[in-house]
Design a protein around this ligand. Structure first.
Ligand code: CA
Length: 430
């Protein structure tokens, strides 16, 4: 079983020690209304368990692992209100716990689980109440005076082990990410069909969400950005409330989450279905930069290399469009392009939309390997108030973003089905 194999690999990496992971806390929206619950990615990665108020204790002895889970017990009365819980029995039978207890017993049992183990893997600082519990448990073991037992004297961050594993996606994870990409494709096609002059950004937002949910996505991987005209130049625009005007572009940044894996895609298209000559010229610059950057998504190159490839073509394009003047190489060195392209080209993608994994090792850019998934998302953002920019380009916000898997044979674009070339985008908008 998948989660069992992952735990075995983690136990192997731990050697001898104990790892304590906690479920994501419930967040309240207002008064007694909760935000939609979404399990912590590390916790889910090792347990496949999606309920709140739970903890997983992984005991490793010379590389052999044993899982103790603490979960909300079955409760016939609560089940009527909240639905059926997996319960202590389910934690054992469905989730492969070697032992399982009600979460209420965590405090009493934790010292005993730490006893005799020098290394404790716990992420300090994320949730202070959990830090308190861990420190109390260590102190409780230590306080037993002349006890012949060891207690944890080393607190180790579990993230390097877990995130190193999550950084490289295995075949099953790649399949899940492809499903998320396919659902996202349908959402973007629906957005292109829905947008029309006289409409509103929220109608397009609704079309995206409708497609995602209809195709089985649990939720958006992040709040969609639907920005028309100059709203597309606001990088984290979230209101999605503006009007769709004839002649403007619409920037849509949205991705579905499927089975805990994210997709992250941006398309920019004309609201009336036809790019104007200025829009077309600017779009071609971003598209060429993206294609050059995707070509660098191969084993042995770094995310810095991918970024450099995008920046190079963006700057050449900025000069051609009349946004910048000067020698491209010099403009790159001076960072002059940041006025129109102010973010990075890529981030890792996986269970988290900004996924885990080190970007640098010993302060040097890390080289990518097969199984790594990253976004490639160059953009061009020209403020409507930019009086140095040619008038026809002011207020344009263009980003093209795809999800790319590194394979031994080169880049595989998981989101390749979503129209990207000008004629394909125009056809999808009709
Ligand atoms: Ca994005």
């Amino acid at each position: 079983m998948l989660f069992h194999m992952r735990r075995a690999a983690v136990a192997q990496a731990m050697g001898t020690g104990v790892m304590v992971l906690f479920s994501a806390p419930v967040a309240y929206r207002n008064r007694d209304v909760e935000h939609e619950y979404r399990q912590d990615s590390d916790f889910y990665y090792l347990t496949g368990f999606d309920e709140p108020e739970s903890a997983a204790v992984l005991l490793a002895d010379e590389g052999r692992g044993r899982l103790v889970m603490f979960v909300r017990p079955r409760h016939p009365e609560r089940d009527v209100w909240d639905g059926r819980r997996v319960g202590v029995e389910g934690a054992r039978e469905l989730h492969g716990a070697d032992e399982a207890f009600p979460i209420q017993e965590l405090n009493n049992r934790l010292p005993e689980l730490l006893r005799g183990r020098r290394r404790l893997f716990h992420r300090l600082g994320r949730y202070r109440d959990r830090d308190d519990l861990i420190l109390w448990a260590i102190d409780t073991v230590r306080a037993r005076g002349r006890s012949p037992y060891l207690w944890p004297t080393e607190i180790v961050d579990p993230e390097p082990i877990l995130h190193e594993m999550r950084w490289r996606k295995d075949e099953g994870e790649v399949r899940a990410m492809q499903r998320a990409a396919d659902v996202t494709c349908e959402g973007h096609l629906a957005a292109m069909r829905r947008a029309r002059p006289g409409g509103y950004e929220y109608e397009v937002d609704a079309a995206l969400r409708e497609a995602f949910r209809r195709l089985g996505s649990e939720r958006c991987a992040y709040p969609p950005i639907v920005g028309a005209g100059a709203n597309g130049t606001t990088l984290h625009y979230r209101a999605n409330s503006g009007p769709l005007r004839d002649g403007d572009l619409l920037l849509v940044d949205a991705g579905a989450e499927v089975a805990y894996y994210a997709s992250d895609v941006t398309r920019t298209f004309p609201i009336n279905g036809r790019f104007s000559p200025d829009q077309r010229a600017a779009y071609e610059v971003v598209l060429a930069a993206q294609e050059a950057a995707i070509a660098r998504c191969v084993p042995g190159s770094s995310i810095e290399d991918v970024h450099a490839a995008a920046v190079e073509l963006l700057v050449v394009g900025m000069v051609r469009l009349g946004l910048l003047r000067g020698e491209p190489q010099k403009l790159i060195e001076e960072g002059a392009y940041r006025r129109y392209f102010m973010h990075r080209t890529s981030h890792y993608l996986g269970m988290d939309v900004h996924d885990v994994g080190a970007y640098f090792i010993d302060q040097k850019p890390r080289l990518m390997e097969p199984g790594v998934v990253l976004t490639v998302e160059p953009g061009l953002y020209i403020s409507p108030q930019d009086e140095d920019a040619p008038p026809g380009l002011r207020g344009l916000g263009i980003r093209i973003e795809d999800d790319v898997l590194i394979t031994p044979a080169g880049p595989r674009v998981l989101t390749a089905e979503i129209p990207r070339k000008i004629e394909d985008v125009e056809a999808a908008c009709r």
